[in-house]
Each structure stands twice: as structure tokens, then as C-alpha cells.
Unconditional design. Structure first.
Length: 153
DNA sequence: GCCAACGTTGGC
DNA sequence: GCCAACGTTGGC
């Protein structure tokens, strides 16, 4: 099993939105970056766990935990001209973008802020904490996962 | 709202 | 295939 970090803007789709979804499950759609796409398509499997990270807010940070309940399948928002994620170059026969289904596990009692992540000696190489890190999906090592779990109270 | 960092596009 | 111009992300 692998660990990940999924970024989302709380105004658009935050952890509270996920909690209210049927079965507390939602498609993680709209990823339009090739590096993130490759991870979604090739590496992220059922049973993997991820931190839910709120970006573009004050403060940015980790707010909870999710797991993957359905592995890679074509992102159907790319086929829909009405969608803001529409991409005419992605077709059902030759899909360019992929998504997974994520399921709520828990919301932490507090936000573990980006600043805190950056300050922790065991997390200094964590991808999301690196300068200029813009990837919406990043890998998390088992050690980083354990460290962050221990910080949450 | 600014802007650094980074990804993508397209002319050549 | 290079790289300048442009667009986006997201912390601050």
C-alpha cells in the first residue's frame, strides 16, 4: 500500500464537501497535469491512503485522511463541453485524463499547517513542502505518513 | 493582489 | 527541438 497527498481548494471542494457526499465518496476529477495524471493512472491503487490537503487558503495544510476506493478510470469531465475541465483532445476511445474515487476516513482535530510540515526535521524532503511545489497529487513516504499521524493531536 | 515557480504552447 | 511568451498554481 502506498501513501499520497491530494490537494484541493476548500472553497471548491474541501473535506467537508467530501463528508456530505453519498457514501462519503467522490470522484477526484479535473486533474490536468501530466505528472499527476501519471500517478493517478499508474500508481494509485485501491486501498492506498492519502492526506487531504487544503490549498489556497489560510493556513494551507493537511486536514484529514482519505482512502482510494476505485482505481484509475477515464476522467469523464474531459468529454463534457459544459465542464470547465473539458478537453477535446481526450476522447472515450483514447482518454488523456484519469481519475480515482476517494473515500473519507477522518478529519483531524486540527489543521497540520504547511508551515509546521516545513519546520519538522523528518519532513524537510517532503514533496509538498518543497519550494515551488505545485503538483496537486504528491507521494508521501511511510515515514512521513507516520510522522504526520503522530503530529495530529 | 503580488509574484516566484513551473508547465504548456507554438513559432521558427 | 529550442525557447520565448504566456498561463496557472498557490504561498505569502
Amino acid at each position: 500500500m502506498k501513501y499520497w497527498l491530494f490537494k484541493s481548494e476548500p472553497e471548491t471542494f474541501g473535506i467537508d464537501h467530501l463528508i456530505k457526499r453519498p457514501k462519503q465518496t467522490e470522484q477526484w476529477d479535473g486533474v490536468r497535469n501530466y505528472q499527476a495524471r501519471n500517478m493517478l493512472r499508474d500508481d494509485i491503487k485501491i486501498g492506498d491512503k492519502a492526506f487531504f490537503y487544503h490549498s489556497n487558503c489560510t493556513p494551507p495544510g493537511i486536514v484529514g485522511m482519505i482512502d482510494i476506493v476505485k482505481a484509475s478510470y477515464p476522467d469523464t469531465t474531459a468529454f463534457n463541453p459544459e465542464s470547465k475541465y473539458y478537453d477535446p483532445k481526450s476522447t472515450p476511445d483514447n482518454p488523456r485524463w484519469f481519475m480515482v474515487d476517494v473515500h473519507f476516513i477522518k478529519k483531524f482535530d486540527r489543521i497540520i499547517s504547511l508551515e509546521e510540515l516545513k519546520q519538522h526535521p523528518l519532513l524537510e524532503n517532503m514533496v509538498v513542502a518543497r519550494r515551488g511545489s505545485r503538483l496537486s497529487i504528491t507521494p508521501v513516504t511511510a515515514e512521513e505518513w507516520k510522522t504526520i499521524i503522530a503530529m495530529r493531536k
